[in-house]
Design a protein around this ligand. Structure first.
Ligand SMILES: [Zn+2]
Length: 340
């Protein structure tokens, strides 16, 4: 367990970001708005909370959160009147979603004085999901906020964030956390064996948040390995079999969008594993997956895998960015392209 954060702010990986922010916290030169960009479960939300704690902490710790005072603990429990997490892209199809309503209210609320802390902190999560026209609301909110307000925005990628929003924030790009750091964190904090930590580090693909969740809940890994092995088996199906596999996933889209997007990122991870295997890398491959990799990899080239990764990523972007996507057609096209 960490007590009193140091310059890493208690975040695993991405030290260039945490060191830069710690030094701004130390000399009081924090900007009024930040945007943290990177894949999900990589530490963006945790860092946003650490910033909120650091600016409100009442213990002298060089401007960094002590994690123990009443301010820090209340913020960690999200039980603090001046720290709020808003997800403006939630239920983006309707204009009456709580996230958007709340964002509109912020125009008025930023002017209010902090109630129990030193600074009001608004954490605006997952901006990629926000509808285009609502970015104008966000822009107004970000315009000249009072000095006692801090905005921390998060997004998975740049593509859907207008330049006008980006230019009002200081930007930080999160990178996948190296396997070595994940193994160290899991063995130390989660007290799991090195062998298990190593497997999780490989499967997590640099997503420390996923690795921690999986270390605490075996069913997450079991399900993920099952999905990977289903996908690997599907690669040997004929075209009809592949399309049926794609259709099954597509049908889940309107019920559970994030599950479907998760399946696509699982596919990308599997392609990456295949690429490593083809290139002769055995250290980043799970021993239990070697046999099925050996069977599949014969019919793939590195070039083919690169194309498959691109197509899978395009499918993800399409499902993410269009207001009313057609998941069935998207998956059918993906399966046809994988087949060829
Ligand atoms: Zn504190």
């Amino acid at each position: 367990m960490i007590s009193k954060t140091d310059e890493t702010l208690g975040i695993i990986g991405n030290t260039a970001i945490t060191h830069a922010l710690s030094s701004s916290l130390r000399d009081g030169s924090l900007s009024h708005a930040y945007i943290l960009i990177g894949p999900s479960k990589i530490g963006k939300a945790t860092l946003a909370i650490r910033l909120a704690q650091s600016v409100n902490c009442v213990v002298e710790n060089q401007g960094l959160a002590c994690l123990e005072c009443s301010q820090c603990t209340r913020i960690a429990a999200m039980n603090h009147a001046d720290v709020e997490i808003i997800t403006p892209g939630e239920e983006a199809e309707t204009d009456t979603s709580t996230g958007i309503k709340r964002l509109k209210e912020l125009e008025r609320d930023v002017a209010l004085k902090p109630y129990e802390g030193k600074k009001k902190v608004f954490i605006l999560r997952d901006l990629d999901d926000m509808r285009n026209e609502n970015f104008n609301v966000l822009l107004k909110v970000l315009e000249e906020p009072p000095a006692d307000v801090l905005f921390v925005l998060t997004a998975n990628q740049y593509e859907y964030i207008p330049g006008t929003v980006l230019s009002r924030c200081q930007k930080f790009d999160f990178l996948p956390v190296p396997s070595f750091d994940i193994v160290q964190a899991l063995t130390k904090q989660e007290k799991i064996t090195e062998e298990k930590a190593f497997s999780l580090a490989i499967l997590s693909n640099g997503s420390i948040g996923w690795a921690i969740e999986a270390a605490r809940d075996d069913s997450i890994v079991e399900q993920y390995l099952r999905d990977r092995s289903d996908f690997a088996a599907m690669l040997a199906y004929d075209l009809q079999g592949k399309i049926a596999y794609g259709e099954k996933i597509a049908n889940l889209f309107w019920r559970d969008r994030s599950l479907v997007l998760g399946q696509l990122s699982m596919m990308i991870n599997w392609w990456r594993t295949m690429m490593l295997f083809l290139q002769g890398n055995r250290t980043d491959v799970l021993p239990e997956e070697e046999e099925s990799l050996r069977q599949i990899c014969g019919s793939y080239t590195v070039f083919g895998i690169v194309a498959a990764i691109k197509k899978t990523r395009d499918t993800m972007d399409y499902l993410n960015s269009i207001n009313n996507p057609n998941p069935r057609i998207a998956f059918e096209a993906l399966m046809i392209s994988i087949h060829s």
